[in-house]
Design a protein around this ligand. Sequence first.
Ligand code: ADP
Length: 198
Amino acid sequence: MIMGLTGGIASGKSTVSALFVGKGAALVDADVIAREVMLPGHPVLAAAVQEFGEEILQPDGSLNRARLGEMVFGNQEALQTLNNLTHPAIRREIKDRMYALEEENPQRLIIVDIPLLFESQWDTLFDKIIVVYVPRRVQLARLMARNGLKLEQAEDRLKSQMDIELKRRKADYVIDNSGDSEATSRQVAALWDKLGHI
Ligand code: ADP
Protein backbone atom coordinates (compact mmCIF):
# COMPACT_ATOMS: atom_id res chain seq x y z
CA MET A 1 0.00 0.00 0.00
CA ILE A 2 1.29 3.46 -0.95
CA MET A 3 0.45 6.36 1.38
CA GLY A 4 1.13 10.04 0.84
CA LEU A 5 2.35 11.81 3.99
CA THR A 6 2.24 15.56 4.41
CA GLY A 7 1.67 18.34 6.91
CA GLY A 8 2.94 21.87 7.44
CA ILE A 9 6.53 23.03 7.68
CA ALA A 10 7.95 21.77 11.03
CA SER A 11 4.75 19.86 11.88
CA GLY A 12 6.81 16.68 12.24
CA LYS A 13 6.73 14.96 8.83
CA SER A 14 10.34 13.75 9.06
CA THR A 15 9.82 12.62 12.65
CA VAL A 16 6.68 10.63 11.78
CA SER A 17 8.18 9.21 8.56
CA ALA A 18 11.14 7.92 10.61
CA LEU A 19 8.72 6.24 13.04
CA PHE A 20 7.02 4.42 10.14
CA VAL A 21 10.42 3.36 8.78
CA GLY A 22 11.21 2.05 12.26
CA LYS A 23 8.10 -0.15 11.96
CA GLY A 24 9.25 -1.51 8.59
CA ALA A 25 7.80 0.90 6.03
CA ALA A 26 9.77 2.01 2.96
CA LEU A 27 10.20 5.77 2.50
CA VAL A 28 10.28 7.98 -0.58
CA ASP A 29 11.32 11.52 0.41
CA ALA A 30 10.28 14.26 -2.03
CA ASP A 31 12.74 16.75 -0.49
CA VAL A 32 15.65 14.43 -1.30
CA ILE A 33 14.42 14.05 -4.89
CA ALA A 34 13.90 17.82 -5.20
CA ARG A 35 17.57 18.31 -4.26
CA GLU A 36 18.72 15.58 -6.67
CA VAL A 37 17.16 17.25 -9.72
CA MET A 38 19.17 20.38 -8.91
CA LEU A 39 22.55 18.64 -8.79
CA PRO A 40 25.22 19.56 -11.38
CA GLY A 41 24.71 17.59 -14.58
CA HIS A 42 20.96 17.18 -14.15
CA PRO A 43 18.91 18.54 -17.09
CA VAL A 44 16.50 20.29 -14.67
CA LEU A 45 19.35 22.40 -13.23
CA ALA A 46 20.49 23.19 -16.78
CA ALA A 47 16.96 24.36 -17.66
CA ALA A 48 16.82 26.52 -14.52
CA VAL A 49 20.14 28.19 -15.47
CA GLN A 50 18.75 28.81 -18.94
CA GLU A 51 15.74 30.54 -17.36
CA PHE A 52 17.23 32.39 -14.38
CA GLY A 53 20.83 32.90 -15.49
CA GLU A 54 24.30 31.77 -14.38
CA GLU A 55 23.91 33.78 -11.20
CA ILE A 56 21.97 30.92 -9.61
CA LEU A 57 25.17 28.86 -9.69
CA GLN A 58 28.10 28.83 -7.29
CA PRO A 59 31.57 29.16 -8.84
CA ASP A 60 31.90 25.34 -8.67
CA GLY A 61 28.74 24.83 -10.78
CA SER A 62 26.47 23.72 -7.94
CA LEU A 63 23.18 25.47 -7.20
CA ASN A 64 23.26 28.67 -5.17
CA ARG A 65 20.05 27.82 -3.34
CA ALA A 66 19.94 31.11 -1.41
CA ARG A 67 20.23 33.17 -4.61
CA LEU A 68 17.50 31.21 -6.39
CA GLY A 69 15.36 31.47 -3.26
CA GLU A 70 15.71 35.26 -3.28
CA MET A 71 14.69 35.39 -6.94
CA VAL A 72 11.46 33.45 -6.46
CA PHE A 73 10.48 34.48 -2.92
CA GLY A 74 7.39 36.66 -3.08
CA ASN A 75 7.40 36.55 -6.89
CA GLN A 76 4.51 34.34 -7.95
CA GLU A 77 5.41 34.34 -11.62
CA ALA A 78 9.05 33.36 -11.06
CA LEU A 79 8.00 30.68 -8.56
CA GLN A 80 5.52 29.28 -11.07
CA THR A 81 8.22 29.20 -13.75
CA LEU A 82 10.57 27.34 -11.40
CA ASN A 83 7.83 24.88 -10.39
CA ASN A 84 7.01 24.24 -14.04
CA LEU A 85 10.65 23.30 -14.59
CA THR A 86 11.12 21.12 -11.53
CA HIS A 87 7.75 19.55 -10.69
CA PRO A 88 7.31 17.23 -13.69
CA ALA A 89 10.76 15.69 -13.10
CA ILE A 90 10.19 15.36 -9.35
CA ARG A 91 6.74 13.85 -9.87
CA ARG A 92 8.09 11.32 -12.41
CA GLU A 93 10.91 10.31 -10.07
CA ILE A 94 8.53 9.91 -7.10
CA LYS A 95 6.27 7.67 -9.18
CA ASP A 96 9.16 5.59 -10.52
CA ARG A 97 10.51 4.99 -7.02
CA MET A 98 7.21 4.24 -5.33
CA TYR A 99 6.08 1.80 -8.01
CA ALA A 100 9.49 0.10 -8.05
CA LEU A 101 9.26 -0.36 -4.26
CA GLU A 102 5.72 -1.68 -4.58
CA GLU A 103 6.78 -4.19 -7.21
CA GLU A 104 9.71 -5.27 -5.07
CA ASN A 105 7.40 -6.04 -2.14
CA PRO A 106 3.64 -5.59 -2.63
CA GLN A 107 2.97 -6.26 1.08
CA ARG A 108 5.13 -3.46 2.37
CA LEU A 109 3.74 -0.09 3.43
CA ILE A 110 5.33 2.67 1.36
CA ILE A 111 5.34 6.18 2.80
CA VAL A 112 5.86 9.09 0.40
CA ASP A 113 6.77 12.26 2.32
CA ILE A 114 5.77 15.34 0.28
CA PRO A 115 5.73 18.70 2.12
CA LEU A 116 3.58 20.48 -0.50
CA LEU A 117 1.42 17.50 -1.48
CA PHE A 118 -1.88 19.41 -1.52
CA GLU A 119 -0.43 22.71 -2.78
CA SER A 120 1.09 20.88 -5.79
CA GLN A 121 -2.06 18.83 -6.40
CA TRP A 122 -0.15 15.58 -5.96
CA ASP A 123 -2.88 14.09 -3.76
CA THR A 124 -4.21 12.33 -6.87
CA LEU A 125 -1.14 10.05 -6.83
CA PHE A 126 -2.32 8.32 -3.64
CA ASP A 127 -5.22 6.25 -2.44
CA LYS A 128 -4.84 7.49 1.11
CA ILE A 129 -3.14 10.46 2.74
CA ILE A 130 -1.72 10.92 6.23
CA VAL A 131 -1.48 14.46 7.58
CA VAL A 132 0.96 15.16 10.42
CA TYR A 133 -0.84 17.86 12.35
CA VAL A 134 0.08 20.38 15.03
CA PRO A 135 -1.82 23.61 15.72
CA ARG A 136 -0.36 26.70 14.10
CA ARG A 137 1.13 28.11 17.34
CA VAL A 138 3.06 24.83 17.97
CA GLN A 139 4.16 24.79 14.34
CA LEU A 140 5.53 28.34 14.67
CA ALA A 141 7.30 27.58 17.96
CA ARG A 142 8.99 24.44 16.55
CA LEU A 143 9.94 26.17 13.31
CA MET A 144 11.52 29.06 15.24
CA ALA A 145 13.43 26.65 17.49
CA ARG A 146 14.59 24.35 14.68
CA ASN A 147 15.64 27.04 12.20
CA GLY A 148 16.63 29.81 14.63
CA LEU A 149 13.98 32.19 13.23
CA LYS A 150 12.16 35.15 14.70
CA LEU A 151 8.35 34.99 14.85
CA GLU A 152 7.93 37.25 11.84
CA GLN A 153 10.29 35.13 9.72
CA ALA A 154 8.51 31.94 10.75
CA GLU A 155 5.13 33.48 9.89
CA ASP A 156 6.51 34.44 6.47
CA ARG A 157 7.44 30.81 5.75
CA LEU A 158 3.94 29.66 6.67
CA LYS A 159 2.31 32.20 4.36
CA SER A 160 3.06 30.28 1.15
CA GLN A 161 1.57 27.06 2.55
CA MET A 162 -2.01 25.88 2.76
CA ASP A 163 -3.49 26.35 6.25
CA ILE A 164 -2.73 23.29 8.39
CA GLU A 165 -6.38 23.11 9.56
CA LEU A 166 -7.47 22.70 5.94
CA LYS A 167 -4.85 19.99 5.39
CA ARG A 168 -6.14 18.18 8.45
CA ARG A 169 -9.67 18.20 7.01
CA LYS A 170 -8.42 16.78 3.70
CA ALA A 171 -6.59 13.89 5.40
CA ASP A 172 -7.67 10.26 5.42
CA TYR A 173 -5.61 9.73 8.59
CA VAL A 174 -4.27 12.32 11.03
CA ILE A 175 -1.25 11.93 13.30
CA ASP A 176 -1.50 14.65 15.95
CA ASN A 177 2.11 15.51 16.78
CA SER A 178 1.36 18.27 19.29
CA GLY A 179 2.05 16.05 22.31
CA ASP A 180 5.34 14.43 23.31
CA SER A 181 7.18 11.88 21.19
CA GLU A 182 5.62 9.00 23.16
CA ALA A 183 2.12 10.16 22.21
CA THR A 184 3.14 10.37 18.55
CA SER A 185 4.76 6.94 18.63
CA ARG A 186 1.57 5.44 20.03
CA GLN A 187 -0.52 6.93 17.21
CA VAL A 188 1.93 5.65 14.58
CA ALA A 189 1.83 2.18 16.13
CA ALA A 190 -1.99 2.23 16.14
CA LEU A 191 -2.17 3.34 12.50
CA TRP A 192 0.46 0.80 11.50
CA ASP A 193 -1.66 -1.97 13.03
CA LYS A 194 -4.82 -0.64 11.43
CA LEU A 195 -3.26 -0.41 7.95
CA GLY A 196 -2.02 -3.95 8.31
CA HIS A 197 -5.67 -5.05 8.10
CA ILE A 198 -6.71 -3.06 5.02
P1 ADP B 1 8.99 18.56 9.28
O1 ADP B 1 9.69 17.38 8.68
O2 ADP B 1 7.49 18.49 9.15
O3 ADP B 1 9.50 19.90 8.80
P2 ADP B 1 10.35 17.80 11.76
O4 ADP B 1 10.07 16.34 11.86
O5 ADP B 1 11.71 18.25 11.31
O6 ADP B 1 9.23 18.53 10.88
O7 ADP B 1 10.00 18.46 13.18
C1 ADP B 1 10.13 19.88 13.36
C2 ADP B 1 10.87 20.17 14.65
O8 ADP B 1 10.05 19.81 15.76
C3 ADP B 1 12.16 19.38 14.81
O9 ADP B 1 13.10 20.20 15.45
C4 ADP B 1 11.76 18.19 15.69
O10 ADP B 1 12.84 17.72 16.45
C5 ADP B 1 10.69 18.82 16.58
N1 ADP B 1 9.64 17.86 16.98
C6 ADP B 1 9.02 16.95 16.17
N2 ADP B 1 8.09 16.28 16.87
C7 ADP B 1 8.10 16.77 18.13
C8 ADP B 1 7.35 16.48 19.34
N3 ADP B 1 6.38 15.56 19.36
N4 ADP B 1 7.65 17.19 20.45
C9 ADP B 1 8.60 18.14 20.43
N5 ADP B 1 9.35 18.47 19.35
C10 ADP B 1 9.10 17.79 18.20
